[in-house]
Design a protein around this ligand. Structure first.
Ligand code: ZN
Length: 185
């Protein structure tokens, strides 16, 4: 099975493979790497590449079935988020016994939430389009960073103490989250 790919050479130290949103394969390579090494590197990753392409294909199909989000849609989603997310944060902060700072709603492409050292919280407002427990799981995740500023075993135990369904929700988000981002033009 041979895989088509594009090579991008630059001053870097090692080879890496990226699958773009359209499923195409890009190999990032150090200058002067012989083509045969690159080919072997890609060959070894065939299984992973095919699996990733399949996953992206599924996400694109899901995005298509949900339809694109216009500027107007996004405004409405953000408004809904402005109402729902602070309520969720307040609820789980009380359960966990933690404080928090400012809540910001953004349309980030790479993360669903974040928590700064001083307790300011960021959430991707597309979360309110997902099943409610997915939003809950992200809120709980970020608030647990008020106790543990890391992803240690203790951190996940803390999450599961108030949100036992966390692992399933996290898996769901990893599998389906990208579809929501693909709905934005
Ligand atoms: Zn985290």
């Amino acid at each position: 099975m041979s895989i088509e790919y594009r090579i991008e050479k630059s001053r870097r130290r090692s080879l890496s493979i990226h699958i773009e949103n359209d499923g195409s394969v890009v190999v990032k390579s150090p200058l002067g790497t012989p083509a045969i090494y690159i080919e072997q590197f890609v060959q070894k990753q065939t299984k992973w590449i095919l699996k990733t392409q399949e996953k992206i294909q599924r996400q694109r199909e899901l995005a298509l079935s949900m339809g694109p989000l216009s500027e107007k849609d996004l405004k409405a989603v953000k408004e809904k988020a402005r109402f729902i997310i602070p309520m969720k944060v307040e609820h789980y902060a009380q359960l966990l016994g933690v404080t928090y700072g400012k809540i910001s709603l953004k349309l980030q492409k790479t993360r669903w939430g974040s928590c700064s050292r001083d307790g300011n919280l960021n959430f991707n407002y597309l979360l309110v389009l997902m099943p409610e427990e997915i939003l809950d799981s992200v809120v709980v995740h970020e608030l647990c960073h008020r106790k543990h500023m890391n992803h240690s075993k203790k951190f996940y135990e803390e999450i599961e103490s108030v949100f036992p369904d966390y692992k399933r929700c996290d898996r769901w988000l990893k599998q389906n989250g990208a579809s929501y981002l693909m709905r934005i033009k």
